[in-house]
Ligand binder design. Structure first.
Ligand SMILES: [Zn+2]
Length: 448
């Protein structure tokens, strides 16, 4: 990208230079009529021209290229660095091999660089800071999204408020060490399909100080909330939501984790410790609100004050629970374990032959699963390796078909309640209209 950008700049400079030389004769005449001073204009232009030449010559490739083009007019010599660079990128040539090739070619084409990285223009240096017990680099919201904003500025009205969705999560890098990334990703809601990297932390544990880790981001977002200028328009950016899994959410909100008493971040029940795990069985407990959170009214819930509170965002409403972890990797996997494993009550268990039939049905569907699905169904024996997308496919699409007639009615109907409720909640056109219906389905299962 850097190479292409640079080539574009070179081309633009070249065309500007050509335009200037074309206009040299015509422009002074126009100016002459205005200023009676055509000679000065001519001088100005020639000064600019020489500056242009200088700029061109500062670039090694352009210099040699223009020299050679004037000498032998050979286009192949002109394009050799670009052609080599394209070739190396296209065929995934390793840096070592490219550098070795360059050392051979330099005997015949001395203008070629020594190092493959110079040819590809991929030499980028980042100055890492030591922050919160690890290395930290802040790419910045405006810096990362500036091109997006420039592209969008013509499509939105003046004083448009962009909604930024953030994601913060820990990412182990190796199985054999505790080194982990803590990236902060951002995405403009409604305008982007893929998130971009805003900051990256790397350390042997999670950031030791949340204010240090989030401080720069929070300060930039505070500034962006007051508006910034892109072209002729003033634009605003505000956080719409922060999407995290449960441990990361507790970390960035500085509240008790979901495994502790008062750990539910949507309601105020304190929880019941049962069977070696924390449970929150109360369905109608008083809800937490943004105002209660701001006032720290439930002392048992908070561990400190999160830097996000400085942004005046809803500390309860802007931190949604994620359906991937809670439903797909949570409830669906738990149901499968209850049916197949030995931990659950006897009345919930399937026999080995029943699970074989279900597995056969699942694998039999492989040929009929369209390419819109990321994965084809696998047998239940591999269920511990099922990805969230496979569990979702099982819950919403294949499960109701393959379980029918095999699972006892009571269990099958219970599964259908979940399947239909999640169908409703996952579909934007239904989730508001049928919200109460979904709630009824989830709260009134046969075992409740
Ligand atoms: Zn709760």
């Amino acid at each position: 990208m850097r190479r292409k950008a640079r080539n574009r700049v070179d081309l633009m400079l070249q065309s500007m230079q050509n335009e200037m030389s074309d206009n040299l004769d015509s422009v002074p005449r126009v100016c002459q009529s205005q200023r009676d001073d055509g000679g000065t204009d001519r001088e100005n232009y020639s000064v600019e021209n020489s500056q242009c030449d200088q700029t061109m010559h500062e670039d090694g490739f352009s210099e040699s290229a223009s020299d050679e083009s004037s000498d032998d007019d050979s286009p192949s010599a002109l394009d050799l660095p670009s052609a080599l660079s394209d070739w190396a990128t296209r065929f995934g040539v390793s840096l070592v091999a490219l550098t070795a090739l360059l050392s051979i070619l330099r005997v015949y084409h001395p203008f070629l660089p020594k190092d493959g990285r110079t040819l590809l223009k991929t030499k980028v240096t980042y100055v890492l800071e030591k922050v919160a017990g690890g290395s930290f680099y802040y790419f910045g919201v405006l810096n990362t999204l500036s091109r997006t904003f420039e592209g969008l500025s013509s499509k939105v009205k003046d004083r448009h408020l962009f909604k930024l969705q953030l994601n913060i999560d820990g990412l182990p890098l190796f199985k054999s060490s505790s080194v982990q990334f803590w990236p902060i990703l951002g995405m403009l809601q409604g305008f982007m399909k893929r998130p971009v990297l805003i900051a990256l932390f790397c350390g042997e544990s999670k950031p030791t100080s949340l204010p240090d880790y989030l401080g720069v981001l929070v300060n930039e977002l505070k500034a962006l909330k007051d508006g910034f200028l892109i072209g002729q328009k003033t634009l605003f950016v505000q956080i719409s939501s922060v999407v995290c899994d449960a441990p990361a959410r507790a970390f960035v909100k500085m509240v008790k984790s979901h495994t502790g008493y008062s750990g539910c971040d949507k309601c105020t029940q304190s929880g019941v410790y049962s069977n070696h795990r924390m449970t929150f069985p109360e369905k109608n407990a008083p809800r937490r609100t943004d105002e209660n959170f701001k006032d720290l009214s439930d002392e048992d819930h908070h561990r400190g004050v999160s830097p996000f509170t400085e942004l005046n965002i809803g500390m309860v409403s802007c931190f949604p629970h994620d359906y991937m972890h809670l439903v797909c990797l949570g409830v669906v996997r738990k149901l499968l374990d209850l049916w197949m494993g030995s931990a659950g009550p006897l009345r919930c268990r399937m026999s080995a032959s029943q699970s074989c039939i279900i597995s056969d049905r699942l694998t039999g569907l492989r040929a009929f699963v369209p390419s819109e699905f990321a994965r084809k169904p696998r047998g239940l024996i591999e269920r511990h390796r099922w990805k969230a997308t496979e569990l979702r496919q099982f819950l919403l699409y294949t499960g109701p078909v393959v379980l029918k007639g095999i699972l006892p009615d009571e269990l099958y109907n219970n599964f259908l309640l979940l399947s239909v409720a999640i169908h409703v909640l996952a579909r934007p056109s239904l989730c508001f209209v049928l919200n109460d219906f979904a709630r009824t389905l989830l709260f009134c299962g046969p075992f409740q």
